[in-house]
Ligand binder design. Structure first.
Ligand code: SF4
Length: 226
């Protein structure tokens, strides 16, 4: 049984898979409260689904779409997510999981592509990074930094260099935090202009892939189900 926030078909908006049609399964619940979180609605809202029903719904909304992303909230908090991902792989899907980097990623089926956050100090959750995960990453996986400030950028650069992340994974992704208002659950973030981040990356020749959130350029940035 899984607590699911939403299942929908959209354009993959981040990572090296951006731009491709993709079926999304968003699981309810998260144990972090990042300052820039844009899926606060997934903290509590959800409905219980059997794994079989989720598989059927992915087929229905995705119309047979080969690419499926499991996201949240934090999807790895629910034990049955591993069966869901395994069965999606068995069905011939390319399965991405977006995870916050605070959970053990080694239990995912080896066919699953893990897109793992490394939380920067500006997120307010950097102490929750599970550094052992870095050893479990493979060339199929991707890591992502959401940068809130110059301090976050310098911190991220040190982590990349120290762990030679660009040699371990398919891509080191770097994005600028979007401005988010403070709420009772999150601290809120001022946001960082993408151009500033691009100039820092170029000046340092940093081996990262700068990314936008494509779905937010296509649709309203606060729209759900896209
Ligand atoms: S990990 Fe952070 S950004 Fe992701 S859902 Fe949880 S609070 Fe939001």
């Amino acid at each position: 049984m899984l607590l699911i926030n939403e299942i929908f078909h959209s354009i993959q908006g981040e990572s090296t898979w951006a731009g491709l049609p993709c079926a999304f399964v968003r699981l309810t619940g998260c144990h972090l409260r990042c300052a820039y979180c844009d899926t606060e609605y997934a903290f509590y809202e959800g409905k219980k689904w059997e794994v079989n029903a989720v598989l059927a719904e992915v087929e229905r909304v995705g119309g047979g779409c080969r690419l499926v992303e499991v996201t949240g909230g934090e999807p790895l908090l629910q034990p049955d997510v591993y069966e869901l991902m395994r069965r999606l792989c068995d069905a011939g899907k390319t399965v991405l999981v977006e995870t916050d980097g605070a959970c053990d990623i080694s239990k995912c089926d080896a066919r699953v592509i893990r897109i793992m956050d490394i939380k920067t100090p500006g997120s307010g959750e950097a102490e929750r990074n599970r550094w052992e995960n870095i050893e479990a990453l493979t060339k199929r996986d991707e890591v992502k930094f959401v940068v809130c400030s110059r301090e976050d950028y310098d911190w991220s650069r040190e982590v990349i260099v120290k762990h030679r992340l660009h040699t371990r994974v398919n891509a080191v992704l770097m994005g600028a935090a979007a401005p988010m208002a403070a709420t009772s659950e999150i601290a809120g973030a001022q946001g960082l202009p993408m151009r500033e981040l691009a100039e820092w990356v170029l000046a340092d020749h940093l081996p990262v892939r700068l990314q936008t959130q494509l779905h937010k350029l296509i649709w309203d940035p606060f729209a759900r189900g896209v």
